[in-house]
Ligand binder design. Structure first.
Ligand code: HEM
Length: 599
């Protein structure tokens, strides 16, 4: 596949306001896009506010950019490659989809920055539903709550995971994320009940125990530094959160203690190797691993096969052990077990013990592997960006710490106290709005459908044929200037206020009373304008698990420590891939909290 056929097209049409493109200086990353879609390796320098774009460098070289939305940078000139690519794409991609606008862009520009920031610019330019073509492939990009509701909930079973499934299948097999609709129906019915109330309550203890291990590690490091006369330590918090999330997911899903906060082991290395490869595949545009001999000839593929086998063998052992001690039980009884007293409260135990849910080991392994990957990096990323945002807003950091002091003092968190930690929860929520993990959801239509026109779109909607690939940009919806005031600002308090829909036909606005008692503002309250865990039947099965885990880890960190970024926010480079994360880690300075010490 040549660079040319991979290139993004620039077709002339759809620019309804007739203006030039408003180029964004942002960058970010993508959850498992197609392997053959352009370059997602570009990185960016994080900047919380609007800024002037610093135009990209080479396809794989870091570029200095901001997180901002729209800028007034001039539209770049198209070069020969761009023009050739446009012609080719016009020819191959089947032209227009009725009245649907088509994105206009330049290949050379796209190669200088990650895709989903470009998608934001085109959203502002072309509206909330537009067609984007990559060489022989075309995608419909959706940035609208009404259209999202249609795809994710109202007509959800007419869509599967398309290119996402193609990439993930070699790693996750028929696990829930890539699963075809029939497999998904069967497995979701069995897995979802596993996240019941008593299990989640038991998990709160796992979250606090594991977070405590992390805090103890920091305290020991500080004590060591104290002996040398220092009062602060410098740490890559992203790496620390990654270890913490791995330990939690191992214990919660298959009762295996990786202990990665304090040690390294071959299995941890193999897990990171596999995660790294999943990431690589989601960002590399030539699916060379599909070539027949690649897994023997390409060193990284050989390593990947070795890592995968190592983890699969471990998972097989855990499954065998669980099956040897199986106690077949009805689902209602399983949900009433005293999970706080059980030695093994894991999801694997639940799945193996469930009466009538006999499933082959291969499917069970796919399920475990899926949850290991889905539940690890996402949570680590949320914690990383929460700290990044708080460190830039010291008054909000103080407000969060004041809440922790008044709700907890120096006590441990319980499930009841999570409910009272409202501000901490809103910090997590606002982090998920600004840095959604993943920033794009991927779908393929299984039959022809008619998408609603969306805000400012065609009132008659847009007919799409079977096989249409869709990028639902959660990032765009979450930062839409039509749905949010100051969409790029960090304002956790925004979720306390009801928002009436003004001039957006079919969108019900944001109303917390629509989902009373919910742990976090969700897609129901926001009528699909806020989708931190997706929505509809394929919504994240671990949302409560993940949300409580993030709240607890963040609260326990802020309870003990003050945190500063080591460098400026601009020096934190973002890279794109499976989640939005940093290129070189989130380096922070940690010190024991002053106000706590003087209490
Ligand atoms: C903050 C952390 C997390 C975030 C932001 C997150 C986000 C998401 C999102 C947006 C989806 C929907 C994907 C789509 O519609 O294409 C999803 C699906 C999924 N997530 Fe999560 N997730 C998180 C943590 C977890 C955890 C901890 C687990 C498991 C313990 C998990 C397991 C899954 C599974 C199995 C699916 C597929 C569900 C299905 O298709 O039925 N996630 N997640």
């Amino acid at each position: 596949m040549t660079a040319l056929t991979l290139a993004l097209t620039a077709t002339n049409s759809g620019n309804r306001n007739g203006t030039g493109s408003n180029r964004c200086c942002c960058s970010g990353r993508f959850w498992y896009p197609s392997s053959h879609h352009s370059d997602f390796y570009s990185s960016t320098t994080a900047c919380p506010s609007f800024g002037k774009p610093k135009r990209g460098t080479s396809a794989f070289a870091p570029a200095v950019r901001c997180h901002s939305a729209k800028t007034n940078a001039p539209k770049p000139k198209m070069n020969l490659l761009d023009n050739a690519s446009n012609l080719l794409t016009n020819f191959l991609s089947g032209g227009r989809m009725g009245s649907m606008p088509m994105a206009e862009g330049a290949v050379s520009d796209l190669f200088g920055r990650p895709l989903f920031f470009a998608l934001y610019d085109w959203f502002l330019e072309h509206g909330s539903v537009y067609k984007l073509a990559f060489g022989p492939k075309a995608f419909v990009v959706v940035s609208d709550p009404i259209v999202s509701r249609h795809i994710l909930r109202e007509n959800a079973l007419s869509y599967d995971k398309g290119v996402l499934a193609e990439i993930l299948e070699p790693i996750m097999g028929k696990g829930l994320i890539p699963a075809d609709i029939d497999t998904w129906k069967q497995r979701r019915r069995v897995i979802a009940p596993g996240f019941h109330a008593l299990y989640l309550e038991a998990m709160v203890k796992v979250f606090t125990d594991c977070s405590e291990r992390t805090m103890l590690k920091f305290e020991k490091l500080l004590a060591g530094e104290g002996r040398k006369g220092g009062k602060t330590i410098e740490l890559d918090l992203e790496a620390e959160f990654s270890s913490l999330a791995l330990d939690i997911i191992g214990l919660g899903v298959f009762n295996y203690d990786f202990g990665s906060v304090t040690k390294e082991s071959p299995v941890i290395k193999a897990v990171y190797g596999t995660l790294f490869e999943a990431e690589h595949r989601s960002t590399f545009y030539i699916p060379y691993w599909k070539f027949p001999l690649a897994k023997w000839l390409v060193p990284r593929q050989r390593k990947f096969q070795k890592d995968l086998k190592f983890i699969n063998d471990c998972l097989d052992d855990l499954i065998r052990n669980a099956k040897e001690t199986r106690q077949e039980t009805d689902i209602e009884q399983l949900q009433k077990r005293d999970y706080l007293k059980l030695k093994d409260a894991s999801l694997l135990r639940f799945l193996v013990d469930m009466r009538g849910a006999d499933v082959d080991d291969c499917q069970l392994r796919d399920d475990l592997m899926t949850m290991l990957i889905a539940g690890h990096e996402t949570t680590a990323a949320v914690l990383t960006w929460a700290v990044f945002l708080l460190a830039q807003h010291p008054s909000k950091m103080k407000k969060a710490q004041a809440e922790i002091d008044s709700v907890l003092g120096q006590r441990r968190i319980t499930i009841e106290s999570i409910k009272k930690l409202e501000y901490i929860r809103l910090v997590v929520v606002e982090t998920l709005r600004l840095y959604p993990q993943p920033p794009l959801l991927i779908r393929r239509s299984l039959k022809s459908d008619k998408l609603p026109g969306g805000h400012k779109g065609d009132n008659n909607g847009y007919a799409i044929p079977a096989g249409t690939d869709i990028f639902l940009s959660v990032y765009n919806v979450h930062r839409s200037p039509y749905l949010w005031d100051n969409p790029n600002d960090f304002e956790p308090e925004r979720f306390l206020v009801k928002r009436v829909s003004q001039g957006i036909e079919g969108w019900a606005g944001f109303d917390p009373s629509r989902s009373p008692g919910a742990l976090y503002p969700n897609e129901i309250m926001s009528d699909f304008a806020f989708l931190p865990f997706g929505g509809g039947p394929r919504k994240c099965v671990g949302d409560q698990f993940a949300f409580m885990e993030s709240t607890i880890a963040l609260a326990m960190l802020l309870q003990e420590f003050d945190i500063e970024l080591k460098g400026s926010p601009e020096s934190v480079e973002i890279v794109t891939g499976a989640t939005i994360h940093t290129k070189n880690g989130l380096w922070c300075r940690l010190m024991k909290r002053q106000d706590i010490q003087s209490l």
